[in-house]
Design a protein around this ligand. Structure first.
Ligand SMILES: [Zn+2]
Length: 388
Protein backbone atom coordinates (compact mmCIF):
# COMPACT_ATOMS: atom_id res chain seq x y z
CA UNK A 1 0.00 0.00 0.00
CA UNK A 2 1.33 3.39 -0.90
CA UNK A 3 0.11 6.93 -0.38
CA UNK A 4 -0.69 9.06 2.59
CA UNK A 5 -4.09 7.70 3.65
CA UNK A 6 -5.19 4.23 4.65
CA UNK A 7 -7.02 3.42 1.45
CA UNK A 8 -6.73 1.07 -1.48
CA UNK A 9 -6.38 3.20 -4.60
CA UNK A 10 -7.73 2.32 -8.04
CA UNK A 11 -4.48 0.61 -9.01
CA UNK A 12 -4.60 -1.59 -5.89
CA UNK A 13 -8.13 -2.70 -6.82
CA UNK A 14 -7.24 -3.32 -10.49
CA UNK A 15 -4.10 -5.26 -9.54
CA UNK A 16 -6.03 -7.56 -7.15
CA UNK A 17 -4.39 -6.23 -3.99
CA UNK A 18 -7.63 -5.12 -2.35
CA UNK A 19 -8.59 -8.78 -2.08
CA UNK A 20 -8.77 -11.50 0.54
CA UNK A 21 -5.50 -13.41 0.52
CA UNK A 22 -7.04 -16.87 0.17
CA UNK A 23 -7.75 -16.18 -3.49
CA UNK A 24 -4.17 -15.25 -4.39
CA UNK A 25 -2.78 -18.14 -2.32
CA UNK A 26 -4.74 -20.62 -4.43
CA UNK A 27 -4.75 -18.88 -7.81
CA UNK A 28 -1.52 -20.61 -8.87
CA UNK A 29 -3.18 -24.00 -8.29
CA UNK A 30 -6.16 -22.93 -10.41
CA UNK A 31 -4.14 -21.44 -13.25
CA UNK A 32 -2.02 -24.60 -13.59
CA UNK A 33 -5.05 -26.84 -13.79
CA UNK A 34 -7.83 -24.63 -15.06
CA UNK A 35 -8.93 -23.57 -18.51
CA UNK A 36 -12.50 -24.56 -17.73
CA UNK A 37 -15.31 -22.17 -18.27
CA UNK A 38 -17.50 -21.53 -15.27
CA UNK A 39 -20.65 -19.63 -14.59
CA UNK A 40 -20.63 -17.73 -11.31
CA UNK A 41 -23.64 -15.90 -10.02
CA UNK A 42 -24.26 -13.34 -7.32
CA UNK A 43 -27.22 -13.82 -5.00
CA UNK A 44 -28.15 -12.44 -1.58
CA UNK A 45 -28.71 -14.72 1.41
CA UNK A 46 -31.29 -12.39 2.93
CA UNK A 47 -34.90 -12.16 1.87
CA UNK A 48 -35.70 -8.46 1.58
CA UNK A 49 -36.72 -5.73 -0.84
CA UNK A 50 -33.59 -3.97 -2.08
CA UNK A 51 -32.59 -1.17 -4.41
CA UNK A 52 -29.74 -2.67 -6.43
CA UNK A 53 -26.70 -0.42 -7.07
CA UNK A 54 -22.91 -0.61 -7.39
CA UNK A 55 -22.94 -2.49 -10.69
CA UNK A 56 -21.26 0.25 -12.74
CA UNK A 57 -18.03 -0.10 -10.76
CA UNK A 58 -18.16 -3.88 -11.20
CA UNK A 59 -18.51 -3.46 -14.97
CA UNK A 60 -15.58 -1.03 -15.02
CA UNK A 61 -13.40 -3.53 -13.16
CA UNK A 62 -14.31 -6.51 -15.37
CA UNK A 63 -14.35 -4.78 -18.74
CA UNK A 64 -11.51 -6.20 -20.84
CA UNK A 65 -11.31 -9.49 -18.89
CA UNK A 66 -12.16 -12.76 -20.61
CA UNK A 67 -15.71 -12.93 -19.35
CA UNK A 68 -19.30 -12.15 -20.28
CA UNK A 69 -21.64 -10.57 -17.76
CA UNK A 70 -25.41 -10.31 -17.45
CA UNK A 71 -27.05 -8.33 -14.70
CA UNK A 72 -30.18 -6.67 -13.37
CA UNK A 73 -29.88 -2.91 -14.06
CA UNK A 74 -28.93 -0.53 -11.25
CA UNK A 75 -31.81 1.19 -9.52
CA UNK A 76 -34.06 -1.86 -9.83
CA UNK A 77 -36.20 -2.28 -6.72
CA UNK A 78 -36.75 -5.98 -6.21
CA UNK A 79 -37.11 -8.70 -3.58
CA UNK A 80 -33.90 -10.75 -3.25
CA UNK A 81 -35.92 -13.97 -3.73
CA UNK A 82 -38.48 -14.80 -6.40
CA UNK A 83 -42.15 -15.56 -5.69
CA UNK A 84 -41.23 -19.23 -5.10
CA UNK A 85 -38.42 -18.36 -2.66
CA UNK A 86 -35.48 -19.00 -5.04
CA UNK A 87 -32.59 -16.50 -4.59
CA UNK A 88 -32.39 -14.13 -7.53
CA UNK A 89 -29.10 -14.00 -9.47
CA UNK A 90 -28.46 -10.24 -9.73
CA UNK A 91 -25.29 -10.82 -11.75
CA UNK A 92 -24.05 -13.82 -13.70
CA UNK A 93 -20.49 -13.99 -14.95
CA UNK A 94 -19.37 -16.54 -17.52
CA UNK A 95 -15.70 -17.13 -18.26
CA UNK A 96 -12.47 -18.79 -17.18
CA UNK A 97 -12.56 -18.77 -13.37
CA UNK A 98 -8.97 -17.66 -13.10
CA UNK A 99 -9.87 -14.34 -14.71
CA UNK A 100 -12.33 -13.41 -11.97
CA UNK A 101 -11.39 -15.28 -8.78
CA UNK A 102 -9.03 -12.68 -7.34
CA UNK A 103 -11.56 -9.87 -7.92
CA UNK A 104 -14.37 -11.45 -5.91
CA UNK A 105 -13.69 -9.37 -2.78
CA UNK A 106 -13.83 -6.08 -4.67
CA UNK A 107 -16.77 -7.10 -6.89
CA UNK A 108 -18.91 -7.93 -3.87
CA UNK A 109 -17.74 -4.88 -1.95
CA UNK A 110 -18.93 -2.59 -4.73
CA UNK A 111 -22.48 -3.88 -4.75
CA UNK A 112 -22.97 -4.92 -1.09
CA UNK A 113 -22.24 -1.50 0.38
CA UNK A 114 -23.77 0.60 -2.39
CA UNK A 115 -26.99 -1.47 -2.48
CA UNK A 116 -27.25 -1.24 1.32
CA UNK A 117 -27.10 2.55 1.13
CA UNK A 118 -29.48 2.89 -1.83
CA UNK A 119 -31.91 0.49 -0.16
CA UNK A 120 -31.90 2.53 3.06
CA UNK A 121 -32.29 5.76 1.04
CA UNK A 122 -35.29 4.18 -0.70
CA UNK A 123 -36.88 3.40 2.68
CA UNK A 124 -36.54 7.08 3.64
CA UNK A 125 -37.88 8.10 0.21
CA UNK A 126 -41.00 6.00 0.70
CA UNK A 127 -41.64 7.46 4.17
CA UNK A 128 -40.91 11.06 3.20
CA UNK A 129 -42.69 11.16 -0.20
CA UNK A 130 -44.14 13.51 -1.47
CA UNK A 131 -41.83 15.69 0.64
CA UNK A 132 -38.09 15.51 -0.08
CA UNK A 133 -34.82 14.72 1.64
CA UNK A 134 -31.15 15.45 1.04
CA UNK A 135 -28.15 13.29 1.88
CA UNK A 136 -25.87 14.75 4.54
CA UNK A 137 -24.12 11.55 5.59
CA UNK A 138 -20.59 11.68 4.23
CA UNK A 139 -19.03 13.32 7.30
CA UNK A 140 -19.39 10.14 9.33
CA UNK A 141 -17.81 7.94 6.67
CA UNK A 142 -14.29 7.61 5.24
CA UNK A 143 -13.82 10.48 2.75
CA UNK A 144 -12.41 8.15 0.10
CA UNK A 145 -15.83 6.59 -0.46
CA UNK A 146 -17.92 9.75 -0.12
CA UNK A 147 -18.79 10.00 -3.84
CA UNK A 148 -20.06 6.41 -3.83
CA UNK A 149 -22.18 7.08 -0.73
CA UNK A 150 -23.73 10.20 -2.25
CA UNK A 151 -24.41 8.43 -5.56
CA UNK A 152 -26.17 5.52 -3.84
CA UNK A 153 -28.21 7.86 -1.60
CA UNK A 154 -29.20 9.93 -4.65
CA UNK A 155 -30.25 6.89 -6.68
CA UNK A 156 -32.24 5.62 -3.68
CA UNK A 157 -34.28 8.83 -3.69
CA UNK A 158 -32.38 11.76 -2.14
CA UNK A 159 -33.15 14.97 -4.04
CA UNK A 160 -29.64 16.23 -3.52
CA UNK A 161 -26.30 15.40 -1.91
CA UNK A 162 -24.01 17.50 0.25
CA UNK A 163 -20.63 16.41 -1.12
CA UNK A 164 -18.79 18.34 -3.84
CA UNK A 165 -17.58 15.11 -5.47
CA UNK A 166 -20.98 13.50 -4.94
CA UNK A 167 -22.53 16.42 -6.82
CA UNK A 168 -20.07 15.88 -9.65
CA UNK A 169 -20.77 12.15 -9.82
CA UNK A 170 -24.55 12.64 -9.84
CA UNK A 171 -24.48 15.71 -12.13
CA UNK A 172 -26.37 17.71 -9.52
CA UNK A 173 -25.58 20.96 -7.74
CA UNK A 174 -24.51 19.92 -4.23
CA UNK A 175 -26.82 21.12 -1.47
CA UNK A 176 -25.99 22.71 1.84
CA UNK A 177 -27.35 25.27 4.26
CA UNK A 178 -24.99 26.95 6.75
CA UNK A 179 -22.67 25.61 9.43
CA UNK A 180 -23.28 26.47 13.11
CA UNK A 181 -19.66 27.70 13.18
CA UNK A 182 -20.32 30.87 11.15
CA UNK A 183 -23.12 31.88 13.54
CA UNK A 184 -20.79 31.29 16.48
CA UNK A 185 -17.91 33.28 15.01
CA UNK A 186 -19.75 36.07 13.16
CA UNK A 187 -22.86 36.32 15.30
CA UNK A 188 -26.19 34.82 14.33
CA UNK A 189 -27.77 37.84 12.62
CA UNK A 190 -24.71 38.59 10.46
CA UNK A 191 -24.49 34.92 9.51
CA UNK A 192 -28.17 34.81 8.50
CA UNK A 193 -27.80 37.96 6.47
CA UNK A 194 -24.77 36.58 4.62
CA UNK A 195 -26.47 33.28 3.79
CA UNK A 196 -29.75 35.00 2.84
CA UNK A 197 -28.02 37.41 0.45
CA UNK A 198 -25.77 34.77 -1.10
CA UNK A 199 -28.22 31.91 -1.66
CA UNK A 200 -30.31 31.63 -4.83
CA UNK A 201 -34.09 32.03 -4.39
CA UNK A 202 -35.59 28.66 -3.50
CA UNK A 203 -32.52 27.69 -1.49
CA UNK A 204 -32.39 30.40 1.18
CA UNK A 205 -32.09 28.16 4.21
CA UNK A 206 -31.27 29.63 7.61
CA UNK A 207 -30.19 27.58 10.60
CA UNK A 208 -32.15 28.86 13.57
CA UNK A 209 -31.02 26.94 16.62
CA UNK A 210 -27.41 27.87 17.33
CA UNK A 211 -28.20 29.72 20.55
CA UNK A 212 -31.84 30.50 21.10
CA UNK A 213 -35.27 28.99 21.29
CA UNK A 214 -36.64 27.62 18.01
CA UNK A 215 -39.94 29.53 18.15
CA UNK A 216 -38.43 32.90 19.06
CA UNK A 217 -35.68 32.59 16.46
CA UNK A 218 -38.10 31.44 13.75
CA UNK A 219 -40.19 34.58 14.24
CA UNK A 220 -37.09 36.77 14.39
CA UNK A 221 -35.98 35.40 11.01
CA UNK A 222 -39.46 35.75 9.53
CA UNK A 223 -39.52 39.45 10.43
CA UNK A 224 -35.97 40.15 9.27
CA UNK A 225 -35.96 37.96 6.15
CA UNK A 226 -39.56 37.31 5.08
CA UNK A 227 -38.50 35.69 1.78
CA UNK A 228 -36.61 32.89 3.56
CA UNK A 229 -37.38 29.55 1.89
CA UNK A 230 -36.51 27.21 4.75
CA UNK A 231 -35.63 27.53 8.39
CA UNK A 232 -33.56 24.59 9.49
CA UNK A 233 -34.04 22.96 12.87
CA UNK A 234 -31.00 20.93 13.85
CA UNK A 235 -31.88 20.99 17.54
CA UNK A 236 -29.26 19.32 19.74
CA UNK A 237 -30.40 16.02 21.24
CA UNK A 238 -29.92 17.36 24.80
CA UNK A 239 -32.56 20.06 24.09
CA UNK A 240 -34.82 18.04 21.90
CA UNK A 241 -37.46 16.70 24.24
CA UNK A 242 -40.23 16.19 21.72
CA UNK A 243 -38.88 17.21 18.30
CA UNK A 244 -42.21 16.88 16.41
CA UNK A 245 -43.83 19.13 19.03
CA UNK A 246 -41.18 21.81 18.48
CA UNK A 247 -41.81 21.60 14.70
CA UNK A 248 -45.58 21.77 15.19
CA UNK A 249 -45.33 24.82 17.46
CA UNK A 250 -42.96 26.69 15.12
CA UNK A 251 -45.26 25.94 12.17
CA UNK A 252 -48.26 27.27 14.12
CA UNK A 253 -46.58 30.53 15.09
CA UNK A 254 -45.29 31.17 11.54
CA UNK A 255 -48.70 30.43 9.98
CA UNK A 256 -50.48 32.65 12.51
CA UNK A 257 -48.38 35.60 11.38
CA UNK A 258 -48.81 34.88 7.66
CA UNK A 259 -45.43 33.25 6.97
CA UNK A 260 -46.75 30.10 5.27
CA UNK A 261 -44.02 30.58 2.61
CA UNK A 262 -41.27 29.79 5.14
CA UNK A 263 -40.93 26.02 5.22
CA UNK A 264 -39.35 23.90 7.94
CA UNK A 265 -36.32 21.72 7.34
CA UNK A 266 -35.22 19.23 9.99
CA UNK A 267 -31.92 17.41 10.46
CA UNK A 268 -29.74 15.88 13.14
CA UNK A 269 -29.54 12.11 13.63
CA UNK A 270 -32.92 11.43 12.02
CA UNK A 271 -34.08 7.81 12.14
CA UNK A 272 -36.54 6.16 9.79
CA UNK A 273 -39.17 5.65 12.50
CA UNK A 274 -39.18 9.38 13.36
CA UNK A 275 -40.07 10.55 9.85
CA UNK A 276 -43.84 10.02 9.80
CA UNK A 277 -44.41 12.05 12.96
CA UNK A 278 -42.14 14.90 11.86
CA UNK A 279 -43.91 15.00 8.50
CA UNK A 280 -47.31 15.24 10.16
CA UNK A 281 -45.98 17.98 12.46
CA UNK A 282 -45.07 20.11 9.42
CA UNK A 283 -41.48 19.30 8.41
CA UNK A 284 -41.17 19.72 4.63
CA UNK A 285 -37.51 18.95 3.96
CA UNK A 286 -35.31 16.41 5.71
CA UNK A 287 -31.53 16.31 5.99
CA UNK A 288 -30.62 12.65 6.54
CA UNK A 289 -27.07 11.61 7.31
CA UNK A 290 -25.69 8.62 9.16
CA UNK A 291 -28.94 6.65 9.04
CA UNK A 292 -28.43 6.27 5.30
CA UNK A 293 -24.64 6.45 4.93
CA UNK A 294 -24.04 3.73 7.54
CA UNK A 295 -26.66 1.35 6.15
CA UNK A 296 -26.20 -2.36 6.65
CA UNK A 297 -24.62 -3.87 3.50
CA UNK A 298 -26.70 -6.29 1.45
CA UNK A 299 -25.20 -9.78 1.99
CA UNK A 300 -24.42 -10.68 -1.62
CA UNK A 301 -22.19 -13.69 -2.28
CA UNK A 302 -20.63 -15.05 -5.45
CA UNK A 303 -20.87 -18.76 -6.21
CA UNK A 304 -19.99 -21.09 -9.03
CA UNK A 305 -23.12 -22.74 -10.43
CA UNK A 306 -21.73 -24.45 -13.53
CA UNK A 307 -18.32 -25.85 -14.54
CA UNK A 308 -17.99 -26.58 -18.25
CA UNK A 309 -21.32 -28.12 -19.20
CA UNK A 310 -22.03 -29.53 -15.74
CA UNK A 311 -24.42 -27.73 -13.36
CA UNK A 312 -22.70 -27.87 -9.95
CA UNK A 313 -22.75 -25.74 -6.80
CA UNK A 314 -21.96 -25.98 -3.11
CA UNK A 315 -24.75 -27.08 -0.80
CA UNK A 316 -27.22 -24.32 -0.05
CA UNK A 317 -26.91 -22.87 -3.56
CA UNK A 318 -28.92 -23.59 -6.72
CA UNK A 319 -26.84 -24.98 -9.61
CA UNK A 320 -27.10 -24.24 -13.32
CA UNK A 321 -27.36 -21.23 -15.57
CA UNK A 322 -30.49 -19.22 -14.90
CA UNK A 323 -32.68 -16.41 -16.08
CA UNK A 324 -34.78 -13.98 -14.02
CA UNK A 325 -38.21 -13.44 -15.57
CA UNK A 326 -40.75 -10.79 -14.64
CA UNK A 327 -44.39 -10.45 -15.62
CA UNK A 328 -44.82 -6.90 -16.97
CA UNK A 329 -48.47 -6.99 -15.88
CA UNK A 330 -48.42 -8.08 -12.21
CA UNK A 331 -44.72 -7.82 -11.34
CA UNK A 332 -44.39 -11.53 -10.49
CA UNK A 333 -40.69 -12.53 -10.60
CA UNK A 334 -39.46 -16.10 -11.19
CA UNK A 335 -35.99 -17.61 -11.41
CA UNK A 336 -35.84 -20.41 -14.00
CA UNK A 337 -33.22 -22.52 -15.78
CA UNK A 338 -32.01 -20.50 -18.75
CA UNK A 339 -34.05 -21.03 -21.91
CA UNK A 340 -37.24 -22.02 -20.06
CA UNK A 341 -40.13 -19.71 -20.88
CA UNK A 342 -43.07 -18.97 -18.62
CA UNK A 343 -46.41 -17.28 -19.05
CA UNK A 344 -48.04 -15.27 -16.27
CA UNK A 345 -50.42 -12.55 -17.51
CA UNK A 346 -48.74 -13.07 -20.88
CA UNK A 347 -45.07 -13.83 -21.64
CA UNK A 348 -42.61 -12.96 -18.85
CA UNK A 349 -39.56 -10.85 -19.71
CA UNK A 350 -35.94 -11.32 -18.63
CA UNK A 351 -34.51 -8.82 -16.16
CA UNK A 352 -30.92 -9.85 -16.89
CA UNK A 353 -29.28 -7.62 -19.49
CA UNK A 354 -25.99 -8.50 -21.15
CA UNK A 355 -23.50 -5.81 -20.15
CA UNK A 356 -20.15 -7.36 -21.13
CA UNK A 357 -19.63 -9.85 -23.98
CA UNK A 358 -16.22 -11.57 -24.21
CA UNK A 359 -14.61 -8.66 -22.40
CA UNK A 360 -16.31 -5.99 -24.51
CA UNK A 361 -18.80 -3.69 -22.87
CA UNK A 362 -22.16 -4.00 -24.64
CA UNK A 363 -24.24 -1.66 -22.47
CA UNK A 364 -24.10 2.11 -22.46
CA UNK A 365 -23.25 3.51 -19.03
CA UNK A 366 -26.31 5.17 -17.50
CA UNK A 367 -26.14 8.48 -15.64
CA UNK A 368 -27.07 8.61 -11.95
CA UNK A 369 -30.11 10.70 -12.95
CA UNK A 370 -31.31 7.99 -15.37
CA UNK A 371 -30.79 5.28 -12.76
CA UNK A 372 -32.55 7.38 -10.09
CA UNK A 373 -35.61 7.79 -12.29
CA UNK A 374 -35.88 3.96 -12.62
CA UNK A 375 -35.37 3.56 -8.87
CA UNK A 376 -37.87 6.22 -7.87
CA UNK A 377 -40.41 4.91 -10.43
CA UNK A 378 -40.13 1.43 -8.87
CA UNK A 379 -40.43 2.87 -5.34
CA UNK A 380 -43.52 4.92 -6.26
CA UNK A 381 -45.19 1.76 -7.59
CA UNK A 382 -44.55 0.17 -4.20
CA UNK A 383 -46.06 3.18 -2.42
CA UNK A 384 -49.17 2.92 -4.61
CA UNK A 385 -49.46 -0.84 -3.98
CA UNK A 386 -49.09 -0.26 -0.23
CA UNK A 387 -51.86 2.36 -0.36
CA UNK A 388 -54.23 0.08 -2.29
ZN1 LIG B 1 -48.52 -11.75 -14.04
Amino acid sequence: MKGKYFIADQEDIDSKLASDVYFSRTSQFISENDGKKVIAEITASSDEMINFTGLEEMIRLLEGKKISLRAIPEGTVIQTRDSAGIPIPFVTIEGIYESIMEYETSLLGFICQSSGISTQAMKFYMQIYPKEFVSFGIRRMHPAISPMIDRAAFIGGASGVSGILGGELTSTVPVGTMPHSIAIIMGEKKAWEYVYRNSPPGRRTLLIDTFGDEKTKALEIAEMFPETDYIRLDTHSSRRGNFPSIVREVRWELDLRGYRNIKIMVSGGLKLDQIAELKTAGAELFGVGTSIASAKPVDFAMDIVKVGDIPISKKGKYSGSKDVLKCPECGNVRVLPIGVELECHGPMKSLLNEMIHDGKRTSKPETAIEIRSRSVGNALKNIQQNNN
